[in-house]
Write a protein that binds this ligand. Sequence first.
Ligand SMILES: *Cc1c(COP(=O)(O)O)cnc(C)c1O
Length: 420
Amino acid sequence: MDHRRTKLPFVTKEQLDRICAEYPTPFHLYDERGIRENARRLLKAFSWNKGFKEFFAVKATPTPAILKILHEEGCGVDCSSIIELKMSEQCGFSGSEIMFSSNDTQAREFAYCTKLGGTINFDDYTHIAYYEKNVGPLPETVCCRYNPGGDFLVTNDIMDTPGDAKYGMTYDQLCDAFHYMQTKGVKRFGIHAFLASNVLADEYYPMLARVMFDLAVRLKRDTGIAVSFVNLSGGIGVPYKPKDRPCNIDVIGEGVRRAYAETLVPEGMDNVAIYTELGRFMLAPYGVLVAHAQHEKHIYKEYIGLDACCADLMRPAMYGAYHHITVAGKEDAPLDHLYDVTGSLCENNDKFAVDRALPKIDIGDIVVIHDTGAHGHAMGYNYNGKLRSAEILLCEDGSTRMIRRAETEEDYFATTKDFF
Ligand SMILES: *Cc1c(COP(=O)(O)O)cnc(C)c1O
């Protein structure tokens, strides 16, 4: 396979030269057009479902300008903390546009979600009593997170092991929760499960949907309560590697529709809304980390040192995750050099790539690390006194806009300035 032609960034060298002249590297660059077109594809693929809504997983890219773009495209938000709730509020999200799928949650976080009119997704049975004791009467609409235990199989492959995951409730707990909450005046119920992450198989979401729709039918039989919505959560994958085949969102939407028609509709449950909480699928391919090559080092291996480090993008260091790398203007050059591409942290796992075949890299080259739009800048941190990078939006008209400035020394020292 020809890697050079199969995975190109969304910006050209000419654009990058111009952008880098304006903003110092490193920075994450986002593609507004790609984000909007992808969001429209998702909504179209699920347009057969009247109540469909995507609640973007804020944790993937907690950047106000990005949230506002998704809001304009008709998305809500899925928050995991009070800070994400407050950011969403400031971006104009309110009421039923907000899901709160958190775990090990604090009372003030529950309370803030309720104040905004958002929908709480209870992670555990005991959180219901905790809410009543520490926050107040239950809201009219609630969601409960389900954990089926065991392994989750997609076409005979183990996709994940929910039995080992800290999230969600057992079936019996769900029944108890529904019964109890009904006596406490809850009117609208929903169910949620997140059973696997970054799955490229188009079968995944329809299979998850079938698990959840069967669950909805069983809950109706056992409790008499018909859910109003099923939240399929996140997990749709993106093609990080050149050989990966991207998901076909139309096939996924159609697979979920068929599962719906075969499970819910015969039970008279044909008004159940489908919700999604996608993060990676919505943003990952539409962001890149842009850096310059600043050092080359020849010892037992060949190293290229960037002005970015794993504080800008943690996934390779944390999970050994693959992120494709191209060099601006050398997209068609032969991949005849083997490099470790590193950052400057005093950690030997600070490598964006190990033994990667790349074109010859020269000092000053612009190095583009792909698919950083989700779980990229968001996972940044300050280890080794590294300052978090800026975020730049490549607008639909080709202009650029800074949507988060880089941290400054003053920002870094602010939390200790009174304690020297
Ligand atoms: C992380 C997360 C998501 C988003 O997952 P992706 O893999 O980015 O799609 C959705 N819902 C919940 C509850 C999550 O924790």
